[in-house]
Design a protein around this ligand. Structure first.
Ligand SMILES: Cc1cc2nc3c(=O)[nH]c(=O)nc-3n(C[C@H](O)[C@H](O)[C@H](O)COP(=O)(O)O)c2cc1C
Length: 160
């Protein structure tokens, strides 16, 4: 099953998780860039209110064609209990995604809040079927088995 993993990462945690899992399952990776180019301060001052409002960022690439894939995994850091504006924009940027399976994943300091529910709902509204979700806190990520655990979720979503 061909898998595409698409993610945004502000400080590198989600990137490390996605890169490791993609290597294990043999997925293609797309990292999007938020054109706001937040600093650590503006992530809180500007990014958090935008995440709370469910806004979509301006991202690059602006369109992500997943027509060649069977499964699409979308990942985000948690900002104030929500998906990042970049993750909201990833879902809007998907092309040829109807009928595909999906996995939603997130990394957080402590807890995902409503992130996975909101990401899953948005994916379903674009016509994908969410067959698995995954969250890793900072404590989980320290253990080092996050990529393997996310890879397992992707594998079982592929065979569901
Ligand atoms: C602006 C901002 C808001 C955050 N909000 C939360 C939160 O509500 N809950 C939480 O557990 N962690 C929160 N965190 C921690 C991040 O979700 C966590 O460090 C995540 O792994 C960062 O992923 P990244 O390195 O891919 O950007 C926040 C971090 C930032 C920078």
């Amino acid at each position: 099953m061909k898998t595409c993993m698409i993610f945004y990462s502000g400080t590198g945690q989600t990137r490390a998780l996605a890169t490791g899992a993609a290597e294990i399952v043999g997925a293609d990776l797309v990292e999007v860039r938020d054109r706001a180019e937040y600093s650590k301060t503006t992530m809180y001052l500007k990014g958090v209110p935008r995440a709370r409002r469910g806004e979509e960022a301006e991202i690059e690439p602006t369109e992500i064609d997943v027509g060649a894939y069977d499964l699409v995994a979308v990942g985000t850091p948690v900002w104030a209990g929500n998906p990042t504006p970049a993750a909201n924009a990833i879902i809007a940027a998907l092309r040829n995604c109807e009928g595909k399976r999906a996995v939603a994943f997130a990394t957080s300091g402590i807890t995902p809040g409503e992130t996975l529910e909101k990401l899953s709902k948005a994916l379903e509204e674009r016509g994908l079927t969410v067959s698995g979700t995954f969250h890793a806190s900072a404590k989980d990520l320290k253990k080092g088995d996050g990529p393997e655990r996310l890879a397992q979720v992707i594998r079982s979503a592929s065979s569901a």
